[in-house]
Design a protein around this ligand. Structure first.
Ligand SMILES: Nc1ncnc2c1ncn2[C@@H]1O[C@H](COP(=O)(O)OP(=O)(O)O)[C@@H](O)[C@H]1O
Ligand SMILES: [Mg+2]
Length: 256
């Protein structure tokens, strides 16, 4: 607090500006943004020319809209950023997170595979951390970035864990920003069909089917299951990022 003198000479205490900057720093440190992306703001995301890279331009505009509409016009709608590695998905997702944190929201960055690994480790008898303390920020933070969704092999446990997180956030209308390398399409076969595959008469046909399945490009639906895929369509505005790999074109590592 700071003491100020009013026009009639009365003195009163008002919140000092340092308080907001301390709160901002505390929100930033709780967000657990990886060091590499600490400065990945929307302003530093290059997509200025719609003609050169229309999808990046659209993606940046959608990201900007989420930040601008917070807190009043946003009903908990987030983003689903799809595209190949290096296109800028994580940068853009962190850009939204930083923008919202600056506007007063609390947020959390979480890498999907790392999260699942930490939850599994927490089941060990010796583990000092329990599952609920790991899940708490994912439930409670107003904004969550879930990076590289679908990048782990789907199992019933993975489906259930993801459902727990997404359903809770959906019910509480909290903003979730997702990045994924998989195309935003439903599963080729539904979960139910996979559980009860059609009877394939001949062995040859079965082999052919399996070969086709291996060759097929996997979709986000294949990786997270039909139910969570449809839930995501309700929770997030989908944007497909296309173009050149920024890392290879512009940010090639150098020792000079
Ligand atoms: N349009 C862009 N403008 C500025 N930097 C970018 C852009 N796209 C990618 N980058 C940078 O390139 C690197 C790779 O981007 P990243 O967001 O990690 O890609 P992805 O998550 O799609 O694999 C990061 O250092 C990121 O900051
Ligand atoms: Mg990424």
């Amino acid at each position: 607090m700071r003491i100020v003198e009013g026009p009639k000479g009365y003195r009163s205490a008002v919140p000092c500006v340092c308080r907001e900057s301390r709160r901002l720093n505390s929100r930033l440190s709780k967000a657990a943004i990886p060091k590499h992306y600490k400065h990945s703001t929307l302003d530093s995301f290059e997509s200025m020319y719609p003609e050169a890279s229309p999808t990046l331009f659209r993606a940046r505009q959608a990201a900007q809209k989420i930040v601008e509409s917070y807190p009043f016009a946003n009903q908990g709608i987030g983003l689903l950023l799809c595209g190949k590695v290096g296109i800028g998905k994580t940068h853009l997702a962190v850009g939204v997170l930083l923008g919202l944190i600056e506007k007063g929201a609390d947020g959390y960055f979480c890498e999907y595979v790392d999260l699942l690994r930490r939850i599994q480790q927490s089941y060990g008898d010796e583990s000092p951390i329990n599952e609920s303390s790991l899940l708490a920020p994912l439930f409670k933070m107003e904004v969550l970035v879930l990076d590289e969704l679908g990048s782990t092999k789907p199992t019933a446990w993975v489906y259930d864990t993801l459902a727990l997180i997404l359903n809770k956030r959906y019910n509480d209308r909290k903003i979730t920003i997702i990045t994924t390398n998989y195309p935003n399409l439903p599963p080729a076969k539904s979960e139910f069909e996979e559980q009860a595959p059609e009877q394939v008469d001949r062995f040859q046909d079965q082999l052919k089917e399996e070969a086709k399945e291996v060759m097929r490009v996997k979709t986000l639906g294949d990786r997270i299951g039909e139910r969570m895929w449809s839930r995501l369509q309700e929770m997030c505005y989908p944007v497909e990022l296309q173009g050149d790999d920024f890392r290879q074109k512009v940010k090639r590592a150098s020792l000079d």
